[in-house]
Ligand binder design. Structure first.
Ligand SMILES: Cc1ncc(COP(=O)(O)O)c(C=O)c1O
Length: 457
């Protein structure tokens, strides 16, 4: 006998809506299974030698076995992970297991623009979890959070960017954009730019402009050529065989490089001449980071397809590629379902993204990004800083050498400030604080950076 389909009595849902904010009881960390095994720090030839003390403190104070399990069971992406144990994150601050705190000046790499665990975002996440989580692959059922967020996103984009395809991540958004360009144009080739970064899956990696990351995974998608970034003359090589040109309107991993308006407009013009679609990868620049809601607004150029992820979900995983209904028509047929995703547009992520976008607009955080950027530029005056590049609160400090950069980042980590590099640029320190960071917290972090510069200078 089949049981009746349950209704969703509010009494069942309510307890999920406003539970008390959890503390982080260490007892919930898995109990020991390898207590006699070496701890994490002895596995690591840690690059942050001077941070080793902090790491060991963290491991001793809480739970050696968590670090040990990290070393054994998590796939490492480098030989020297920082390895600090995060137990909480609120606003601009990460809480570590030893009770110390780090000011996050990179926002989980341009994700936590509202700060970590913004209470209004947390609340809508709880509400949506109480209604439903995953129900069906993206694009089949009508799910209120997806529809409402797509509608709101379209309302802040130019008319021709009206149709949204949701993904989970940035690289998946770029994969979709590249496939859409091929399907719509019937062409196969792509143009990208030196020092670009578009993600690590095969298609996105194929259009990423740095050999050292591409070569180990070749053969990649054929028919990709790379042009120098910000060189209008080179655009002549874009011709009628090109399905799409993909570009970051400010290069992030390439070293926070800002192109000229002339270059961006020439690129738009050349794509119009050749019928190639112009894809803007705004995965890092989007949602207020550069001082406008979207970076394309700086250049007066509208792309044919735009890709998002990172800050869009307010800390939840969500990506998207957005274009016109006309361009998306090609995705419906020949064959139908030729591009689908199970988790893209997860309703909990979409609910978080809608609230995030509302807060960004309501609190004018794009403007705050500009004020943060100006403040940082005004305060970071030091002979070791060769240049400060970027727009809004997406900044790169160029130092005289890779060595100086590494030492300052290390000094700051010890001093409670989390900074980072960019993938393709070793002499540059990335600064991308939450757009909600209080100015006194920012000042405190900048004091630490200045002391770091002083210490090595
Ligand atoms: C410009 C740009 N595109 C794509 C990606 C890839 O995004 P994800 O890591 O979500 O796949 C990134 C990530 O850093 C990025 O900065």
């Amino acid at each position: 006998m089949t049981s009746p389909i349950p209704s969703f009595p509010h009494s069942l849902i309510h307890p999920f809506i406003h539970p008390p904010i959890p503390s982080f009881p260490h007892s919930r960390i898995h109990p020991s299974t390898h207590s006699n095994e070496p701890i994490l720090s002895s596995y690591l030839p840690a690059i942050f030698d001077s941070a080793r003390d902090a790491r060991e403190r963290a491991i001793t104070v809480t739970n050696v076995n968590l670090a040990d399990s990290f070393a054994r069971h998590l796939a490492w992406t480098s030989d020297n992970p920082i390895g600090l144990e995060v137990v909480g994150a609120v606003g601009p601050t990460l809480r570590l297991s030893d009770g110390s705190e780090l000011i996050d000046l990179i926002s989980g790499i341009a994700v936590s623009s509202l700060g970590h665990c913004h209470p209004e975002v947390v609340e809508v996440v709880r509400e949506q979890v109480g209604r439903h989580m995953h129900v069906m692959v993206y694009g089949e059922l009508i799910q209120t959070p997806q529809v409402r967020f797509a509608e709101r996103l379209a309302s802040v984009l130019p008319d021709k960017l009206s149709t949204v395809y949701f993904t989970m991540t940035g690289t998946e958004a770029n994969e979709g954009a590249l496939k859409l360009a091929r399907k719509h144009t019937g062409r196969s080739k792509f143009v990208s730019f030196d020092r670009s970064y578009h993600g690590d899956t095969m298609g996105s990696l194929s259009v990423t402009g740095r050999d050292v990351y591409r070569r180990p995974f070749e053969p990649l998608v054929p028919g990709v050529s790379f042009l120098p970034y910000n060189d209008a003359v080179a655009l002549d090589s874009i011709d009628e065989s090109i399905a799409a040109v993909i570009i970051e309107p400010v290069q992030g991993e390439g070293g926070i490089r800002v192109p000229s308006t002339e270059f961006m407009q020439a690129l738009r013009h050349r794509c119009d001449e050749t019928g190639s679609l112009l894809i803007f990868d705004e995965i890092q620049t989007g949602f207020g980071r550069t001082g406008r809601l979207f970076a394309f607004e700086h250049f007066g150029v509208v792309p044919d397809i735009i890709t998002f992820a990172k800050a869009m979900g307010g800390g939840m995983p969500l990506g998207a590629f957005v274009s016109s209904g006309r361009v998306f028509d090609s995705f419906r047929r020949d064959p139908p379902l030729s591009h689908v995703t199970t988790f893209g547009g997860h309703p909990v992520s979409c609910a978080a993204a809608l609230k995030t976008l509302e807060i960004l607009i309501r609190d004018d955080l794009s403007d705050r990004a500009n004020r943060i950027g100006e403040h940082i530029r005004g305060r970071l005056d030091h002979p070791l800083i060769v240049e400060i590049r970027g727009l809004g609160a997406m900044l790169g400090l160029v130092l005289a050498s890779d060595h100086a950069t590494e030492k300052v980042v290390r000094y700051c980590l010890d001093g409670g400030v989390l900074l980072g590099w960019t993938l393709h640029s070793n002499n540059l320190i990335r600064i991308a604080p939450p757009l909600t960071i209080p100015f006194d917290t920012l000042d405190h972090a900048l004091d630490v950076i200045l002391r770091g510069l002083q210490a090595i200078g």
